[in-house]
Write a protein of this length. Structure first.
Length: 351
């Protein structure tokens, strides 16, 4: 969601001003639910919430029931709220009731229409309601969200380094990140800031032992260093063999693209710009901040050639298949074997 729309929503909730209809859509379900909870808490008094809050799902919602809920007045309160989730699944007759209502919504009802992830934006609803879009966050946005979530939900200061380490350990799952932030704030007693020491204690991951560190060791073709990191990285949340192999594959393809750009006599600036374009287009897991990944890939270019890239991708594909199709080898054995293949060869000198 655009920051100005989010700020406007927060301001209206704080001031007790609510529009008649809201439309929440997009693929980021956690922030969507977070905004819905904030709307409910602000618009419907807790003491009368049992009478003035109804939450329904569009699938199977009869037109008669929807009409009755929309026409129902608030009980001992200035307003009531109706939440319709999966609004895109409303049957034709129920949708007709909704469309008719949106032409002249009641002043004392706050209607919240929630679209499921993957659903197309409904133009008719969007034209009649306040639109709140929740698209998936890219890596820099997730790190910013971590810092803001700690401040807004707990009044806690979480450092940038701690946010980056938390992302490296947990990934971009906002629900999982929120849980780890809760634990980190609780660990400090709620009265201190959250730094990397706290994250290390709570999540069990240390600087120098993240997925990003493993990727860096492989990019530099430092086999011994990379092998030592494999078991530590695999032991961390969200770092199964498939995820690690996927991150290695992303890195190898990026280095291959960088080689092609450099071979076309492009400047270092052009190479970096191409890397940033790749990151923005696909938002891959780079094991840490994107800027660090770009620096890593640029440093690695002199150590790789096209043959290395092709053989490395074949090895990663074989490892991915082995991880999914059989349990002959452990995850550590699979990743260690492919790391050795990637780090081997005549160009394994340190960068």
């Amino acid at each position: 969601m655009a920051r100005d729309a989010l700020n406007a929503l927060r301001k209206s909730i704080k001031e007790g001003r609510f529009d008649r209809a809201y439309y929440l859509y997009g693929d980021e379900e956690y922030r969507k639910d977070e905004a819905l909870r904030a709307l409910i808490a602000g618009a419907v008094e807790a003491t009368t919430r049992d009478f003035n809050l109804d939450q329904m799902r569009g699938s199977g919602l009869p037109a008669s029931t929807l009409g009755s809920l929309l026409a129902m007045p608030p009980v001992l309160a200035p307003r009531r709220m109706l939440v319709v989730r999966e609004v895109g699944s409303l049957k034709k007759d129920a949708r007709a009731v909704l469309d008719h209502y949106l032409k002249k919504p009641a002043e004392d009802v706050v209607l919240v229409l929630v679209s499921s992830a993957g659903e197309k934006v409904d133009g008719n609803i969007a034209a009649a309601a306040i639109n709140l879009e929740f698209s998936e966050l890219d890596q820099p946005q997730v790190i910013t969200w971590i810092v803001e979530h700690a401040r807004e939900q707990h009044g806690a200061t979480l450092t940038q380094d701690a946010a980056e380490l938390l992302y490296a350990a947990v990934g971009g799952d906002l629900a999982a990140l929120a849980t780890e932030i809760d634990k980190a704030v609780s660990y400090t007693g709620g009265g201190a800031g959250v730094d990397t020491d706290v994250v290390e204690a709570v999540v069990g991951v240390r600087h120098g032992e993240t997925l990003g560190d493993l990727l860096d060791a492989v990019a530099r073709r430092r086999a011994a260093e990379a092998l030592a990191l494999v078991p530590r990285v695999l032991a961390q949340p969200k770092n199964g063999v498939v995820q690690v192999v996927g991150a290695l594959g992303t890195q190898l393809m990026a280095i291959g693209v960088g080689l092609a750009v450099r071979n076309a006599r492009a400047s270092d600036g052009a190479v970096r710009a191409r890397f940033w374009d790749l990151l923005k287009a696909s938002a891959p897991n780079t094991g840490g901040p994107w800027g660090e990944a770009v620096d890593r890939w640029v440093r690695a270019l002199p150590l790789w050639n096209e043959a290395d890239i092709q053989s490395g991708l074949r090895a990663l594909l074989a490892t991915d298949r082995a991880a999914k199709d059989s349990r002959i080898a452990t995850d550590e054995q699979l990743v260690s074997t492919v790391v050795l293949e990637l780090c081997g060869g005549p160009r394994r000198a340190a960068a």
